[in-house]
Design a protein around this ligand. Structure first.
Ligand code: DHB
Ligand code: MG
Length: 210
């Protein structure tokens, strides 16, 4: 983290609930890669500002971002989380239940592309998407989000800088190439109105035009 990011994070009181989830996630042997605290706050704000009642997250990890999203939902709203690994989904479910969101957040375990295809076939629609799973999948996840989006929906994606690999010409692996393509679509697709924040590991924010 930069010294400026540390300064900004230091302005805020520690969030006991989120801090506990970060610790429990690491204690469960999962990587310490939950979304940055500042972006977690932004997720809550964006969900709340847009009056979201149906949200979809791709990549649950230990439930940190799930709680951030759930905190902003309208009364009676719901968050569906797609998670590849059953043990990650189990840890996330325990963490979000302890945080008081067990009834709000549901998990669908398995390959997200298959789950997304099923949600399309079921005619589901969402007002908010958070993409934070395998980076190679980002372009496909974005297309599915567009299929599942209500007009005016928000699509957010974490880690679009890949710790600098995105802007390093020597890096040409599949994840880097996929994220570069994803970023180009975010910036240029006529179906979207977007911005990209370069702080922390980069966050894409797009509105699906109505
Ligand atoms: C990393 C961070 C993330 O937030 C993520 O979703 C995947 C990987 C990382 O820093 O390696
Ligand atoms: Mg991430």
């Amino acid at each position: 983290m930069t010294i400026e990011e540390q300064y900004v994070d230091g302005l805020f009181q520690k969030d006991e609930v989120l801090e506990r989830i970060r610790q429990a996630t690491v204690a469960a042997g999962m990587p310490d890669i939950a979304v940055a605290d500042g972006y977690g706050r932004l997720l809550t704000m964006l969900v709340s500002m847009n009056g979201v009642s149906k949200a979809l997250e791709i990549g649950a990890l230990g439930g940190y971002s799930g709680v951030c999203i759930a905190r902003g939902l309208q009364e009676g709203g719901s968050l569906t989380c797609l998670e590849l690994l059953p043990n990650f989904a189990q840890v996330a479910k325990e963490n979000v239940t302890e945080a008081g969101f067990g009834d709000v957040i549901q998990y669908i375990v398995g390959d997200a592309k298959a789950s997304l295809q099923q949600l399309v076939e079921q005619g589901e629609r969402y007002q908010f998407f958070f993409i934070d799973a395998d980076k190679e999948g980002y372009p496909v996840y974005l297309e599915y989000a567009l299929k599942l989006a209500e007009p005016g929906a928000l699509i957010i994606a974490d880690n679009i800088l890949l710790r600098g690999r995105t802007v390093n010409e020597n890096k040409q692996g599949p994840a880097v190439q996929a994220v570069r393509a994803f970023n180009q679509t975010i910036a240029n697709d006529p179906r979207l109105s977007s911005t990209v924040l370069p702080g922390y590991d980069g966050l894409a924010i797009a509105i699906v035009k109505g």
